[in-house]
Ligand binder design. Structure first.
Ligand code: URA
Length: 168
């Protein structure tokens, strides 16, 4: 399946209830030959407004930390476990995750990343595909809130930058 066709399916998805409270789906973005895929849990209000992943406060913090470590956001494919905003930014439920996972699996199949970086709670929900290296890191919203998490997040992004250099 092409990414355009997949995104169309995601935008029209009615498999769970989340579309009802959302303005639009947030399928994800990035180059189709990205070596690294970044996966968060669910879009928030700003992502819902723009249709793009990680563009709100957490996204800005993520971008800043990537830049500090010489990582270009445009090189990464960025998406979420569930593709619609959740009401009040609550945790997606097990059935919402189960409904949405085929989309993430198809994105993985198309992009074939070498590394998948799971942010925060995405680590619990993400399917593990054989042959792909998984890295679990602190979620940028936790990093913004707690100093200890911030330090950990920075260290983890620095380690990711090193790993990226080894890949290219
Ligand atoms: N937090 C996430 O997990 N995903 C987004 O797209 C934005 C914030």
């Amino acid at each position: 399946m092409s990414v355009a066709a997949l995104n169309e399916q995601i935008r029209n998805c009615r498999k769970c209830r989340l579309w009802q409270g959302a303005t639009q789906a947030v399928p994800g973005e990035g180059p189709l030959d990205a070596k690294v895929m970044l996966v968060g849990q669910n879009p928030g209000a700003e992502e819902d407004r723009t249709g793009r992943p990680f563009v709100g406060r957490a996204g800005k913090f993520l971008n800043k930390t990537l830049v500090e470590n010489g990582i270009n956001r445009e090189e990464l494919f960025i998406t979420n476990i569930v593709k619609h905003m959740t009401p009040g930014n609550r945790k997606p439920s097990a059935d919402e995750i189960a409904s949405c996972l085929p989309y993430l699996l198809e994105q993985i199949r198309i992009i074939k990343p070498k590394i998948i970086v799971l942010l925060g709670a995405a680590a619990k929900a993400a399917p593990r595909v054989e042959g792909i290296e998984y890295v679990e890191i602190v979620h940028p919203s936790a990093a913004m809130r707690f100093a200890s998490m911030r330090e950990k997040f920075r260290t983890q992004i620095a380690m990711l930058a090193k790993r990226l250099q080894q890949l290219s």
